[in-house]
Design a protein around this ligand. Structure first.
Ligand code: GCB
Length: 591
């Protein structure tokens, strides 16, 4: 297909987004009926279920009828939840699993019904009562299908084909350093609405302002001249507006607002009303900017005390999806002394983002544009843009989200990489210019104890984000405290987005005094040296160790020290604190 066709297709997606033809936001505040729980599954390593059309669920009526599949009597998996951690035989599985849920429903006059998926990793095809309702690509963002005309009175059968095979043109692509849990990994629900409803809204401070709020409310349809009200009871506000021809109502108001910050995570109850709908949200207001090489929150410089986090419950070794999981990860980040969590390397579940905001952690949201991306495949830019719009769509009202990170460690020498990432950056800024944008890069040179940061992509980033593993993958070349820096954009803030090394909790030097890889001391030394190095970084605006907990990664094969785990955690997967934890905690205390 020609490039222009994709450009057109991608434009349609964008227009679709801008017109609110997308997922109903704030799903849990709606008339939401959970479809979580036990789902019957067919594990289909060869993909033959497609040929057998298992979604039709044909059953033997007579003893002579022959069918070689059935959901009944087979294995059961919990939803939400990844499949890899629920059955031994699925631990390393990358392939197709068919899920089926039977649910009862009573259609109501004047109501519409939508199936809402928090996320399915990676490809999803959805069938209701044997009929295809749609498909979705991308493992970390929500999607929905209207089923008003398809849902039956009585028992309904919902079948989802989940395929987590690696895709050459997928996001992520073939290679990544984590266990990319497959399955229906987030909540599934049926949302009921009135015929006309509020599908989307954005209520945040105007760029650069501390007291002026810009907002819009989008109805599901292009309903002109409809009244919409935004109420913030605590501020005694009730702002009225009317929709335009596209069904969007805009508001702008100034108020004496108590601002959100990590030290004061103030959220206001906001009530959005139309003639036929009411949605409640908890929304905070803050202003994030860069100025003279610093990151500025609410007009005051702030040092980003961050930590990298994967979406994994360390204790159960499974994909994190619940509020409870979020609190395991977030409370550890808080205890370390953080004010920001980098949610690596893909958008985490909505509970995680909301809970972080509630307890005073800023959030770095990231796209799964990771390392081995095939930028010259014409579908890749379209997928990047779709995931970008889906991520921003879901999180745009979260004041806690301060950074959109659009890529991690992509290679500048790959064709079309700059062109596509620059274009993605421009699209991101066009959708949301109120947050900071970054790309994470590890291609800086480190020679003669000097960092040479040259990647031209930084021209388009608000923050220069650098991954460097000096002391681990790369040896020190001089005293860390004497490190020199050459920056191609010396006026921009610099963030060390990854550093660290691996250590198995409890391993020490042993009988020799020699500092050995994999020991806690070795890791602790890396941290001590890194802290020395931080003192040399011009415009340092924050640091972010890789990472909070040890986590599962298939490529980590050392049988003694790793056993399928990336051991760069400050905490083991059991929550045990390594020596480097205390060094980092001390550093953050002093900041
Ligand atoms: C990186 C990647 C991260 C890896 C880490 C490592 O640079 O961004 O995803 O897991 O290094 O441990 O090597």
């Amino acid at each position: 297909m020609g490039n222009w066709v994709w450009t057109f297709f991608s434009l349609c997606l964008f227009i679709g987004y801008a017109n609110g033809q997308s997922v109903i936001i704030n799903p849990y505040a709606r008339d939401y009926h959970s479809l979580n729980g036990d789902w019957n599954v067919i594990i289909d390593p060869t993909g033959i279920g497609e040929w057998r059309q298992v979604w039709l669920e044909k059953k033997s009526e007579r003893k002579t009828d022959f069918f070689e599949y059935s959901f009944d009597g087979g294995p059961v998996l919990k939803v939400p939840g990844d499949f890899n951690s629920q059955k031994c035989e699925l631990t390393y599985f990358e392939g197709t699993v068919w899920y089926r849920k039977l649910f009862s429903y009573t259609p109501k006059a004047g109501k519409r019904a939508f199936l809402h998926f928090g996320a399915v990793n990676y490809l999803a095809e959805v069938y209701l009562n044997g009929e295809k309702t749609g498909s979705h690509e991308g493992g970390f963002t929500p999607f929905q299908f209207e089923i008003t005309d398809k849902v039956r009175s009585g028992v309904n059968s919902l079948v989802v084909k989940v395929d987590n095979n690696r895709q050459a043109n997928g996001l992520p692509g073939y290679g990544y350093d984590w266990l990319n849990y497959g399955g229906i990994t987030r909540d599934v629900g049926l949302i009921e609405t009135n015929n006309d409803f509020i599908s989307d809204y954005s209520i945040q401070l105007k760029k650069g302002s501390l007291n002026t709020v810009l907002g819009w409310v989008q109805l599901n349809d292009a309903l002109d001249k409809q009244s919409v009200t935004i109420k913030i009871p605590e501020l005694n506000l009730a702002l009225k507006s009317k929709t335009d021809k596209s069904g969007m109502a805009r508001v702008e108001f100034t108020a004496d607002i108590e601002l959100w910050s990590p030290g004061n995570p103030k959220l206001y109850e906001v009530i959005i009303e139309s003639k036929t709908d009411v949605v409640r949200d908890n929304i905070g207001f803050r202003c994030i900017e860069v100025y003279e090489g610093r990151v500025i929150l609410n007009k005051k410089p702030i040092f980003l005390k961050a930590v990298n986090v994967h979406e994994e419950n360390p204790y159960s070794g499974s994909r994190a999806f619940s509020k409870k999981d979020a609190h395991i990860l977030l409370s550890a980040a808080k205890e370390l002394g953080c004010n920001l969590v980098r949610l690596a390397h893909y958008p985490h579940n909505e509970h995680m983002v909301r809970e972080a905001e509630k307890i005073g952690l800023m959030v770095w949201d990231e796209l799964p544009v990771y390392q081995h991306i095939n930028f010259s495949d014409s579908v890749v830019p379209v997928k990047m843009e779709t995931m970008l719009t889906e991520m921003i769509h879901r999180d745009k009202n979260r004041c806690g989200v301060v950074i959109w990170s659009l890529s991690n460690e992509t290679y500048p020498h790959t064709p079309d990489r700059n062109k596509e990432l620059i274009s993605l950056t421009k699209k991101c800024r066009a959708i949301d210019s109120t947050r900071l944008i970054t790309h994470v890069i590890n291609t800086q040179r480190y020679e003669n104890n000097t960092f040479n940061v040259w990647d031209s992509l930084y021209r388009y980033s608000d923050i220069i984000s650098i991954n460097e593993y000096i002391g681990w993958y790369v040896p020190w070349q001089g005293k860390p405290s004497e490190t020199k820096w050459k920056l191609n954009f010396p006026d921009k803030p610099v963030f060390i987005s990854e550093f660290g090394g691996e250590a198995l909790f409890g391993s020490d030097y042993g009988p020799t005094d020699e500092a050995a890889y994999w020991t806690e001391e070795y890791q602790a030394n890396i941290y001590k040296n890194q802290i020395e190095l931080f003192g040399t970084v011009p415009n340092l605006c924050g640091v972010c160790p890789w990472l909070l907990f040890d986590y599962r990664s298939l490529g980590r094969m050392h049988p003694v020290y790793q056993s399928g785990y990336n051991r760069k955690g400050l905490l083991s997967e059991k929550g045990e604190k390594k020596k480097a934890w205390y060094i980092m905690q001390e550093y953050y205390k002093g900041k």
